[in-house]
Design a protein around this ligand. Structure first.
Ligand code: ATP
Length: 270
């Protein structure tokens, strides 16, 4: 079953065609990765799925239902959680407070919601939240820093806190925009392990944009390749890697050594 179905999506900014007739699917319980050279449209696609951009054409279906007209906070509450290319945490706040903000998407707002949301229901929700927060902190091994302000942490740990906040949203689809960008090798290996464990232990489908081809080929179940706003290949890592159109797309943007490094998963572990 596909948890997300993207059909014939097109998005333009003036004369720039960021996405052209993009169709692909995200099978449930997989790690699905969107790759492609710089400017290929990967972040634009993420922005369409999370509702920040409105495509001029096409449809995105989530759990079988169209997302059109649903605003970003509602999409998050429905289970589409996201991290960003550049860390988007509240740097002055503690790790724990940042994680608590993630859970906020489930708070009822508005007068009717507030009236319906007191007493036992609210207590139960708070208990669930605390339990989820505890589980996330244990899982991501960040108990020792939970009272520290985010700004005081090294980059790799900040990225982990961002992941924690996204998990606190209790997602069904976790969208990760370049989760290992800027990380050293050890941080990358940790992050790759966490992403694999999230799929296994948290019943979450992962949709990722990532440039690190070693990690992409190692941990992805399904890959879609974008180039100039169009899907040029989709399939298993080994199929995508051999695809002549994919090789050409990367060759057009890199020298041969860079290409080898990018497409060869044996280059380095994660
Ligand atoms: N808000 C915007 N306004 C105008 N043009 C935009 C906007 N967002 C994206 N674009 C353009 O759309 C195209 C695709 O950009 P996008 O950021 O989606 O690519 P990308 O694959 O995520 O690139 P990268 O790997 O460098 O992050 C680019 O030509 C970009 O300049």
């Amino acid at each position: 079953m596909n948890i997300l179905e993207i059909s014939q999506l097109s998005l333009s900014f003036g004369g720039v065609h960021a996405l052209q007739d993009v169709s692909f699917h995200v099978p449930k319980d997989t790690i699905t990765t969107v790759i492609g050279p710089n400017g290929a449209g990967k972040t634009s696609l993420f922005n369409c799925i999370s509702g920040f951009y409105k495509p001029q054409q096409g449809e995105i279906r989530y759990q079988g239902a169209p997302l059109r007209g649903i605003k970003p906070p509602k999409r998050a509450a429905l289970g589409l959680a996201r991290t960003f290319q550049n860390i988007a945490l509240f740097r002055g706040m503690t790790v724990l407070d940042n994680i608590k903000l993630g859970a906020h998407v489930h708070m009822k707002t508005g007068l009717l919601g507030s009236l319906a949301y007191y007493g036992r229901a609210r207590r139960e929700e708070m208990e669930i939240r605390e339990e989820v927060e505890r589980r996330i902190i244990d899982f991501l091994e960040i108990d020792h820093i939970r009272r520290q302000p985010v700004a005081s942490l090294p980059y790799g740990l900040q990225k982990r806190v961002e992941l924690a906040r996204a998990l606190a949203m209790r997602p069904k689809v976790l969208m990760l925009d370049e989760p290992v960008a800027g990380m050293n090798r050890e941080e990358k290996e940790d992050m790759a392990r966490f992403i694999l464990d999230i799929r296994e232990e948290w019943d979450v489908t992962v949709l990722m944009v990532e440039h690190d081809m070693g990690m992409v080929m190692d941990i992805s179940d399904h890959i879609a390749v974008l180039n100039f706003g169009q899907v040029i290949a989709e399939g298993k890592p080994q199929d995508v890697q051999q695809n002549p159109d994919v090789i050409k797309a990367y060759l057009g943007n890199s020298d041969i050594d860079d290409l080898r490094k990018r497409l060869n998963p044996d280059r380095e572990a994660a």
